[in-house]
Ligand binder design. Structure first.
Ligand code: 9D3
Length: 234
């Protein structure tokens, strides 16, 4: 899978892409991530990528021209002719007004060959950017300062789903959200810490009993904490 990111803060991505599972996927060549600094694509002689809003008002708006030119450079064309045609390329604008990211959307995106993520900033982007993209995604109903952290969330959620990124051990097949339940409790050594002990069944060696206990705990937890997940179940 190839992921191209258009941003005015490419350095923000270094820490996230340089660690753990994403780093492993990038080093193995399973996922290729490229960062593009939108300032490199502006026609403005002072390197500006934003401007005052037509009609007045506070704040600045990200201009369409640098984004258009960056897209041209990455794809050789804009996505206009791609809408619904090339299923394997998605041009995604991260925006508070987008479709909310969930595990289902992550699963679908993980099947794409090529994603282009556009990170907005300031008060938003020029409305005409919407004509250049195939999808708009939000990561939830809270206000952030830009689309960079959401883009990293999308990259993280997707990368671990790309076949052969995770080993068999921590395979995403067993993801709790993919099973529709949150996870059962986990314990490791010591058997007793302060006055807190590990449930006896986990030490019993009875794998059938352990399996039943874990399922029962997962259902109990889901009922208590995330009843919304059970709505379409059982
Ligand atoms: C000033 C009015 N704001 C609407 C609440 C506009 C605005 C706020 C924050 C425009 C851009 C942003 C920056 N956020 C993102 O670009 C963003 C985001 C988010 O803030 N929350 C959840 N998901 C996302 S995806 C991109």
């Amino acid at each position: 899978m190839r992921i191209d990111v258009l941003t005015i803060f490419p350095k923000m991505f270094d820490a996230v892409l340089g660690e753990s599972i994403i780093k492993r996927a990038v080093n193995k060549g399973i996922v290729k991530i490229r960062l593009y600094d939108l300032r490199d694509f502006t026609d403005d002689k002072h390197g500006k990528v934003d401007d005052k809003p037509f009609g007045g008002g506070a704040g600045m708006v990200m201009a369409v021209q640098p984004i258009y030119n960056a897209l041209l450079s990455v794809t050789g064309k804009t996505s206009k002719g791609n809408k619904g045609v090339k299923k394997d390329l998605k041009v995604i604008l991260l925006t508070p007004q987008g479709k909310r990211l969930d595990q289902g959307l992550a699963n679908r995106l993980a099947k794409c060959k090529h994603l282009i993520l556009i990170c907005g900033h300031y008060e938003g982007v020029d409305e005409r950017v919407r004509h250049l993209v195939t999808d708009e995604i939000s990561i939830g109903d809270y206000v952030l300062t830009g689309g960079e952290l959401p883009a990293m969330v999308v990259i993280d959620a997707i990368t671990r789903l790309v076949p052969s990124v995770l080993g068999d051990e921590d395979s995403s097949k067993f993801d709790s959200f993919q099973g529709g339940l949150i996870e059962h409790p986990h314990y490791t050594r010591p058997r007793i810490f302060k006055d807190m002990s590990v449930p006896e069944v986990l030490l019993s060696g009875d794998h059938d009993a352990i399996k039943k206990w874990r399922h029962k705990e997962a259902v109990k937890r889901t009922k208590e904490r995330r009843p919304d997940l059970l709505k379409n179940k059982n």
